[in-house]
Write a protein that binds this ligand. Structure first.
Ligand SMILES: Cc1cc2nc3c(=O)[nH]c(=O)nc-3n(C[C@H](O)[C@H](O)[C@H](O)COP(=O)(O)OP(=O)(O)OC[C@H]3O[C@@H](n4cnc5c(N)ncnc54)[C@H](O)[C@@H]3O)c2cc1C
Length: 385
């Protein structure tokens, strides 16, 4: 049977595009070989950024301008008024903060008071201060951003539930004839054919593009995240800012439920980028040192520390720099996609939709071509392992 679209990959990119296309009447299907989100999506911190963190060294960058509209777009979706209806998706935190220790406060206060950031960053005081920062020992500055944090498992579950009957948990091989993709062959028999194929396979896009001779190079940026699990860990959704680490926050903290009554802090930012060459033990030591400096009033003696290595997969940039925008390129009947960040997926959706005209007239399936649909499981986030 000929579909309009076949999507390879069941992370945020594939599932977002499946929903976007099906909502608009395209006959789209998706294949996922492992669990949904088992690549980068469930390992992400789930932050929907407005880009302020990229302004920490220079006031405006292309990255900050591209990303600025994203929190509103996602909030519209969560309210049922956006590109995709995300009503019911769990929001872990409706607020995101920047904090600094007292030695940096005055420099940062002046910076955040600058015209370019007015309205995007608000100083927080009084009863608006979250519990974790209400300790008398906290003498730094605290600022609220427009960012929010989503529960990525809830997000993916929602996107799967809308079109569960269009998803296959099969490993596929590319059917290539004369350099052109003509179908996806399931290794255990059967095949899928589509007018357009979307490669949304994250890190595996590199190999798929190579097989299809698509002249696009992928870059991997490794990260070494840290997980702290403890029974009384307060909820923190914040960047710790020093203004010393170039354009990146020194530490980015999100909080997640482990499922055994404990909370987990998931630590990224500069700690995770610089820590790629450290052993897990050295990375845990570095994290403990940072936390003792930044949040000395929170006892961590009974907490369990571990680390998680994962690569970000993106379109290659000069000198391995961070891309500013999502990537979608159509080559023949294939669209190759990397969102760069989960936050930017709505923009990626716009770029992909530009390649589609009216939905095709759907060919009714012939009985001999039907493939049994079985759904993949969900992947496991690093803090729940
Ligand atoms: C540690 C970390 C933290 C991050 N934090 C944030 C954040 O806070 N905010 C933000 O905006 N972004 C964040 N990101 C970036 C974000 O996670 C990624 O940009 C996004 O998840 C990429 O989604 P994806 O669907 O393209 O790829 P993936 O999530 O990697 O999904 C690809 C899927 O394709 C499947 N697949 C691969 N090959 C095949 C095949 N042949 N057949 C079928 N299926 C296949 C895989 O099994 C996988 O499920 C973070 C990334 C990391 C690594």
């Amino acid at each position: 049977m000929l579909r309009d679209v076949a999507i390879i990959g069941g992370g945020i990119t594939g599932l977002w595009l499946l929903n976007l296309l099906r909502d608009r009447g395209y006959e789209a299907v998706l294949v996922e070989k492992d669990g949904f989100g088992s690549g980068q999506t469930l390992a992400s911190q789930g932050i929907i950024h407005g880009g302020v963190k990229y302004t920490l060294s220079t006031v405006t960058t292309p990255a900050s301008e591209t990303i600025a509209a994203m929190p509103k777009r996602w909030r519209d979706c969560l309210a049922g008024q956006g590109d995709i209806d995300l009503q019911g998706v769990r929001v872990l935190s409706d607020n995101f903060y920047l904090f600094t220790d007292h030695r940096r406060s005055s420099k940062i206060t002046a910076f955040f008071g600058s015209k370019a950031l007015r309205g995007k960053v608000e100083a927080v005081s009084g009863t608006a201060i979250p519990l974790a920062f209400s300790a008398p020992e906290f003498a730094g500055g605290l600022y609220q951003l427009e960012d929010l944090v989503l529960d990525t498992t809830s997000l993916l579950s929602h996107l799967v539930a809308q079109y569960w009957d269009s998803i296959y948990d099969r490993e596929v091989e590319l059917g290539i004839k004369n350099g052109k993709l003509v179908g996806l062959h399931f290794v255990d028999g059967g095949s899928l054919h589509a007018a357009t194929y979307i490669l949304a396979a994250g890190k595996d896009n590199g190999e798929l593009a190579r097989q299809l001779d698509i002249p696009v190079v992928m870059q991997l940026r490794p990260l070494h995240q840290v997980i702290v699990k403890g029974r009384d860990l307060p909820h923190i959704f914040a960047h710790a800012v020093t203004m010393d680490s170039g354009s990146k926050p020194g530490l980015t903290i999100t909080t997640h439920q482990v499922g055994d009554g404990r909370n987990a802090w998931y630590l990224g930012g500069d700690l995770a980028e610089r820590g790629v060459t450290r052993s897990p033990e050295a990375q845990v030591r570095a994290a403990k040192q940072m936390l003792a400096t930044l949040l000395p009033w929170i006892p961590l003696d009974d907490c369990e520390f571990s680390t998680w290595r994962i690569d970000r997969a993106e379109a290659a940039q000069a000198a391995g720099q961070r891309p500013d925008s999502p990537f979608a390129r159509k080559v023949g009947n294939v669209i190759l996609c990397w969102p760069t960040k989960m936050t930017l997926v709505p923009l990626l959706g716009d770029m992909v939709l530009q390649h589609f005209g009216e939905p095709l007239d759907y060919d009714p399936p012939e009985a001999s071509c039907l493939i049994e649909i079985t759904q993949p499981e969900f992947g496991t986030p690093p803090w729940a392992r």
